[in-house]
Design a protein around this ligand. Structure first.
Ligand SMILES: [Fe+2]
Length: 190
């Protein structure tokens, strides 16, 4: 399955360097957090690969939406919300057979309260790796600068995660993330 990883990362890099770097940062966080989660070696490998390519579907979105230097309007959001499904189709076409990896791509925008997309599934129905990926994805997005806003500080982003426990995020995994040793958790934002 590493061949799918390489082909996705290569295509992400050629499409959009910022998106590529975001995916790599989330994959890097996954690698560093994995020892603190209850995943075995095989699960850890799949978790890291899945997080590295979680946003691969964005590669198929129109450039004017992907690179827009202002907040998206409602119509544009409708298109943006397609990316988990587009990514799932893409990696299945590429020959990805590992369900855990497919599930990270497919479910990383679901929310604990069922208000996420594309399926609106909630709680324990969301695969654990996708639940953890959504936290790291949000964390990296919050601390990253956008053309229309400056990124938050690491402390502000952590408080934001904490505020969204039980609505957007799973308590268990936010706690794991926030209780990482200080040197590790601050390094995750760099
Ligand atoms: Fe995403």
């Amino acid at each position: 399955m590493e061949n799918v990883l390489v082909s996705c990362l290569t295509r992400l890099l050629s499409k959009d360097k910022q998106l590529y770097e975001h995916c790599l940062r989330v994959g890097n966080m996954a690698k560093r957090i994995a020892p603190y989660l209850d995943f075995d070696d095989q699960q850890t490998r799949k978790f890291v690969i899945g997080c590295c390519i979680h946003d691969v579907g964005k590669m198929l979105l129109p450039d004017d939406i992907l690179n827009k230097s202002a907040p998206l309007n409602e119509e544009e959001w409708k298109v943006m919300r397609l990316h988990p499904l587009l990514g799932t189709q893409l990696i299945l076409r590429e020959g990805m057979l590992e369900q855990d990896i497919v599930d990270i791509v497919r479910f990383h925008h679901e929310r604990w309260d069922g208000q996420g997309y594309p399926f609106g599934i909630s709680g324990d129905k969301i695969p654990p790796m996708a639940r953890m990926c959504s936290i790291m994805d949000a964390f990296d997005s919050m601390i990253s600068d956008r053309p229309y806003r400056q990124g938050m500080s690491i402390q502000e982003a952590k408080e934001e995660l904490w505020r969204h426990i039980g609505t957007q995020f799973d308590l268990l995994y936010v706690e794991r993330f926030l209780h990482l040793p200080e040197d590790l958790s601050s390094a995750l934002g760099q």
